[in-house]
Design a protein around this ligand. Structure first.
Ligand code: SF4
Ligand code: SF4
Length: 354
C-alpha cells in the first residue's frame, strides 16, 4: 500500500498536518507505505460451493495444484527478492492446505488469508484471517449450501486476534446484517464490510442496483455508529464501496488487468499467482474475473483507494476521509495494527478526476 500518483497535491499539504490529530494519523499510516502486495491461489478446491463465487469463473479454476512445499518456499523467496512484502493467500479455500500456509508464513511474515472459516487455520500461522459471511445461517444455507455456518465460523475464530469477519452485502441480505453483527459483537469478534461484486457475466439476484447500494450504505453507517470498537470501517469506506459508480470508475483501478504500465506502482509489482504458480499480467488483479464495472470489493479498494493520496489532498475533510480509509485498511489487513477513532464521520463524496 503506497500512494502512487505522480502529480503533487494542489494545496499546501503541510497546512493539514498542522492539526495534531491529522498529523498523528498521517504519521501512523505512513509507516506502512512499504507494503507491496501480491496474491496467491493456494488451492483449487473448496469445501463450499457458493452462488456468485468469482473463483469458479474463468480459467484460473483449471490450473493444476502445485502442493509442493519446496516449490512454495522457492516462490516466496523469489517474491521477497523482487520486493513483495505482503501476501494475500486466497483460492478457492486456503484452509485445505495448512502446510503451504505455514511455509508462506515462515518466509513472509506479513499477510492475510481469505477463508470461509469452516475449518480452523492453525494458530501458528500468524496472518490476518478474513472470514467471509454472506448473511444469517438461513441465507448461508441457501446461497452457500452450508448449515450453521456462522456458528461454525464463530466457534473457530471467537476472540482470535487474527480474525476479521467480512460481511458481504448482496442485494438480498441487507436486513440480516443487524442480527449477524449483534451476534458477532456479542462473541467478541471484529467485523468489516464488503460489497458483492459480480463475476463477469453474472446477472443473478445477488447483484446490486442503486437502491440496494443505498440501503447497504445506510446499514454500514448505522452499525459503525452502534459498534465503533468492533466494526472496522469508516464513513468514507461506506461511500466509496456503495457509490453508483464502481471503484474503477471512481478511482481508475491500478491493478495490471486495468493498468498495462509496467513501470509504476501495482502495474509493476503486483502478480496474481494461480495454483500452478504461474501468473498472467492480462488478467492480474486481487479479484480476477470480477466485472470491473461492478467492482466494489473490499480487497480491491484496499489498493485502489489508498493509492489515490494526492487526489484526496485538495480539501481537509477529504484528506481526513482518506486517512480513515487507510487506517481501516491497515486495521483489517495488518496484524497488530489498532484502528483509530475516525477523523471524518460525515460521508464525503469521492473527489472527481480533473
Ligand atoms: S467459500 Fe469462497 S472459494 Fe469457496 S465457493 Fe464460496 S466464495 Fe468460492
Ligand atoms: S475487478 Fe476490480 S480490482 Fe480487478 S481489475 Fe477490475 S476494477 Fe480492478
Amino acid at each position: 500500500m503506497v500512494p502512487r500518483e505522480t502529480d503533487p497535491p494542489a494545496v499546501r499539504f503541510s497546512d493539514f498536518l498542522g492539526q495534531e490529530a491529522v498529523r498523528e494519523r498521517w504519521e501512523k499510516v505512513r509507516r506502512y507505505f512499504f507494503l507491496r502486495e501480491s496474491t496467491y491461489d493456494m488451492s483449487n478446491r473448496c469445501n463450499l460451493r457458493c452462488e456468485g463465487c468469482y473463483y469458479y469463473e474463468g480459467e484460473k479454476q483449471f490450473a493444476v495444484e502445485n502442493g509442493q512445499v519446496e516449490a512454495w518456499r522457492g516462490l516466496m523467496r523469489g517474491e521477497k527478492e523482487r520486493g513483495i512484502t505482503y501476501v494475500v493467500l486466497a483460492g478457492a479455500e486456503p484452509s485445505l492446505v495448512p502446510e503451504l500456509l505455514a511455509v508462506c508464513y515462515g518466509e513472509m511474515p506479513l499477510g492475510s488469508i481469505a477463508t470461509n472459516g469452516f475449518r480452523k487455520i492453525p494458530e501458528s500461522v500468524g496472518y490476518k484471517i478474513h472470514i467471509s459471511v454472506w448473511g444469517n445461517d438461513e441465507t448461508s444455507y441457501r446461497v452457500r449450501k452450508a448449515k450453521d455456518l456462522l456458528k461454525k465460523q464463530v466457534g473457530n475464530y471467537r476472540e482470535d486476534p487474527r480474525a476479521v469477519f467480512v460481511y458481504t452485502f448482496t442485494r438480498e441480505n441487507i436486513g440480516e446484517v443487524y442480527e449477524v453483527a449483534e451476534r458477532l459483537v456479542g462473541e467478541g469478534c471484529k467485523l468489516t464490510f464488503n460489497v458483492f461484486s459480480s463475476p463477469v457475466g453474472y446477472r443473478g439476484p445477488l447483484r446490486h442496483d442503486e437502491g440496494s447500494l443505498l440501503r447497504a450504505r445506510g446499514a454500514m453507517l448505522e452499525l459503525l455508529e452502534r459498534y465503533p470498537e468492533q466494526v472496522l470501517f469508516s464513513a468514507y469506506n461506506a461511500v466509496a464501496h456503495t457509490h453508483p459508480k464502481s471503484l474503477h470508475e471512481l478511482y481508475s483501478c491500478q491493478y495490471p488487468r486495468q493498468n498495462r504500465s509496467q513501470d509504476l506502482g501495482l502495474g509493476r509489482s503486483f502478480r496474481q499467482y494461480r495454483t500452478d504458480l504461474r501468473w498472467d499480467r492480462t488478467v492480474a488483479c486481487c479479484v480476477p474475473d470480477t466485472d470491473c464495472g461492478d467492482c466494489r470489493h473490499y480487497a480491491a479498494g484496499s489498493a485502489v483507494v489508498t493509492a489515490r493520496l494526492f487526489r484526496h489532498a485538495g480539501e481537509l475533510e477529504t484528506f481526513k476521509a482518506w486517512l480513515d480509509y487507510v487506517d481501516t485498511y491497515l486495521a483489517v489487513w495488518v496484524m497488530g495494527y489498532p484502528k483509530g477513532e475516525n477523523l471524518c464521520r460525515e460521508p464525503v463524496n469521492p473527489p472527481l478526476v480533473n
